[in-house]
Structure formats: structure tokens, C-alpha cells
Design a protein around this ligand. Structure first.
Ligand SMILES: [Zn+2]
Length: 236
């Protein structure tokens, strides 16, 4: 079986599970069912709200410089080598100052990171998020923008940019357009709007994620990371 066939089987299985239809389970490869059973034991022990609390407590430790550097010992390497059960997906900017494991004081196997300059949704990003939510059972998604984001600034400036950078600028432009008449800091207004618009967009772009949200299996929030204080503020 090729990798794409395997992924197709996984997503079909999850569609059936999401829809509450289990009658075709017998046709699914036993190894996948075993993997799912193993997952279920670990996934069920944290709720979406519990995951958000755990994440924000880690950010507070980071702000206070009281980090505990959890899940980074040799024993953790051995543990997660057998399988991953991250408790949160973080869609963050590629910016080198916004590294999820550091700013949330987490370790190996804790976070499923998707990083893209400007932290916006496209088909590839959505595929990553769907995989985390449906296959790994991750109960929380944080779309995380940040203060003084360079990608947002490029969209705000509206100047010609070389190569494929224009793809990023085009994707962020709607947030700039939506905030151009607002009072205050245009750059930060666009950063915030970009987060909020992508949280909204997720509901329309992925029916299976929207269904997971509706079923209470997935919580989606938007955050803004403050480069100066290190604080993550939930804004959506
Ligand atoms: Zn950025």
C-alpha cells in the first residue's frame, strides 16, 4: 500500500467515525484499528479546555522565567519514540522569535506545530491541522499571530516583493484591507485581524474540522504573542 493510499484510508475512516458510522470498520486494516485504540487511551485524558489551560500555564512560566522544561529528558525521548500524542496544535508564524515549545514551556511530543510566515490557512496547512485533529486526536488548535510580524508588514506596505514571497503577501492582504480605516496602530490591527479572520475561515474551509468543533472534540482559538513581554493573549 502506498503512503497516499494509506492516508486515504485514514481520512475515510475518520470521516466514518466523525459521522458516527462504524459498520464498515471490519474493512479497515487491523493495524490501523490497533493504532487508534492505543491513541484513544491517551487522547481522552485531556479536554480542549484542559489543553488550553496547560498551554497558558506554560506561557505564564515562560513570562515569569520559571520554566520547568517539561518532557525533555531521555525517558521522554524513549516514550514518544513509540508514538505521539500531542495535546495542542499551534499554527504559528515562522518568525524565529515565536517558537511554540519555548514560549509555552513544553517539550517533545507535546505540540503539533505548523509554521508558516503570516500564520494563515491554505490547503496544505489545513491538511496538517486535519491530520492532527482527526488522526492524532489533538483537542486544541491555536492560530498564533505576533506583534510586529514581518509578513503582515509586507502586506501592509503593499510594495512589490520578489519570488514566491508574493504568495504570502496575497494571503495576508485581506486582513490589511479589513483594517485600513481603523484608528490606532495599523500594523497591530492587521496582525490581530489576520488571526481572527483565519479562525473564522477555518470553519468555512474544513467541514470535518467544523464538525469536530461542533462535537466538542476540538477547540479553536486565536492568539497574539507580544514580542516585548512574551505574553500570549487570546483574542479570538
Ligand atoms: Zn511573523
Amino acid at each position: 500500500m502506498t503512503e497516499s493510499e494509506r492516508m486515504g484510508m485514514i481520512s475515510r475512516r475518520n470521516l466514518m467515525l466523525m459521522a458516527g458510522a462504524g459498520t464498515l470498520a471490519a474493512s479497515i486494516a487491523p493495524t490501523l484499528l490497533q493504532a487508534q485504540a492505543a491513541n484513544a487511551e491517551t487522547i481522552s485524558d485531556i479536554t480542549p479546555d484542559g489543553a488550553l489551560k496547560k498551554l497558558m500555564e506554560g506561557n505564564q512560566r515562560y513570562i515569569d522565567q520559571k520554566r520547568t522544561f517539561p518532557d525533555q529528558a531521555r525517558s521522554r525521548i524513549v516514550e514518544v519514540a513509540k508514538g505521539q500524542h500531542p495535546f495542542a496544535t499551534v499554527l504559528a508564524c515562522s518568525d524565529s522569535r515565536v517558537t511554540p515549545e519555548i514560549i509555552f514551556d513544553q517539550g517533545l511530543g507535546d505540540l503539533f506545530d505548523v509554521r508558516i510566515a503570516g500564520n494563515f490557512l491554505d490547503d496544505v496547512v489545513l491538511g496538517n491541522i486535519e491530520y492532527a485533529a482527526l488522526e492524532l486526536g489533538v483537542p486544541l488548535l491555536v492560530i498564533l499571530g505576533h506583534e510586529r510580524c514581518g509578513a503582515v508588514k509586507a502586506a501592509l506596505d503593499g510594495k512589490a516583493v520578489p519570488g514566491h514571497i508574493s504568495t504570502l503577501v496575497e494571503a495576508i492582504k485581506p486582513a490589511v484591507d479589513a483594517t485600513k480605516n481603523l484608528a490606532g496602530d495599523a500594523w497591530d490591527n492587521a496582525v490581530r485581524a489576520n488571526v481572527k479572520m483565519n479562525v473564522e475561515k477555518l470553519k468555512d474551509s474544513s467541514p470535518i474540522l467544523a464538525e469536530a468543533v461542533k462535537a466538542g472534540k476540538l477547540k479553536v482559538v486565536g492568539g497574539r504573542y507580544d514580542l516585548d513581554s512574551g505574553k500570549v493573549e487570546i483574542i479570538a
